[in-house]
Design a protein around this ligand. Structure first.
Ligand code: HEM
Length: 161
C-alpha cells in the first residue's frame, strides 16, 4: 500500500519530467545545495556562539540573524529534497541511509524548536554580555552541530550507496 503510493509519486507526470530533464534536475539539486548551505552556514556559527565561542559579541546578533537564514535554508532544502526524493521514491524510502537522514532532520528540527523555547524561557537577551550560556543551551547547541553535520554527510553518502 505504502510502496504503491511511492510508485504513484514516482510516476507523476511532472516527477517523470523532472527525472528525465537534463536542465531541471540539476537546478533542483542546486536548490537543495543552496538550502543546505544557508542552513549549515547559519547554524554552525550560531551553535558555536551558544557553546561558548565569540563571547564578546552579543548572542542575539547571532540568534536574530542566523536563525532566519537557517530556517529559510531548511525550507529550501526540504522543498527541493522532497522533489529529488520523488524522482526515485521507492528506492530512497528503502535506503537505511535515507531513513537515518530523515530521522536526523526531524531530531534537528525538534532540537531547534526546543532551543528556541529555552532561549525565551531563560531570557538570554538579559544575560550579562560575556557570561557562558546555561548548560542546556550549550548542550543543545552541541547536539545541533552534530545532528546537522551528520545530515549533511548522510545526504552526500546517499549518492554513493
Ligand atoms: C526532508 C528533507 C530532505 C530530503 C527529503 C532530502 C532528500 C535528498 C535527496 C533525495 C538527495 C539526492 C541523493 C542522491 O544523490 O541520490 C539529497 C542529497 C543531499 N542532501 Fe538532502 N534532503 C533533505 C534535507 C537535507 C538537509 C537538511 C541537508 C543538510 C544539512 C541535506 C544534505 C544533502 C546533501 C549534502 C546531498 C548531496 C547533494 C549532492 O551531492 O548533489 N539534505 N537529499
Amino acid at each position: 500500500m505504502f510502496e504503491q503510493a511511492l510508485v504513484s509519486v514516482e510516476n507523476l507526470a511532472f516527477v517523470s519530467a523532472l527525472r528525465n530533464s537534463t536542465l531541471m534536475y540539476p537546478v533542483v539539486n542546486a536548490g537543495h545545495i543552496l538550502g543546505v548551505s544557508l542552513l549549515v552556514g547559519g547554524i554552525v556559527p550560531l551553535d558555536l556562539r551558544l557553546i561558548g565561542f565569540w563571547r564578546t559579541y552579543p548572542v542575539m546578533v547571532f540568534v536574530d540573524v542566523l536563525r532566519i537564514t537557517a530556517a529559510v535554508g531548511l525550507a529550501l532544502a526540504v522543498i527541493c529534497g522532497a522533489l529529488l526524493f520523488a524522482t526515485a521514491a521507492p528506492d530512497y524510502a528503502r535506503s537505511p541511509l535515507f531513513q537515518a537522514k530523515i530521522a536526523l532532520v526531524l531530531l534537528g528540527v525538534l532540537n531547534a524548536l526546543t532551543l528556541g523555547r529555552v532561549m525565551t524561557r531563560r531570557d538570554i537577551r538579559s544575560l550579562p554580555m560575556e557570561s557562558p550560556m546555561p548548560l542546556d543551551l550549550r548542550a543543545g547547541g552541541l547536539l545541533s552541530l552534530v545532528v546537522w553535520i551528520s545530515v549533511l554527510i548522510l545526504g552526500r553518502l546517499l549518492g554513493y550507496f
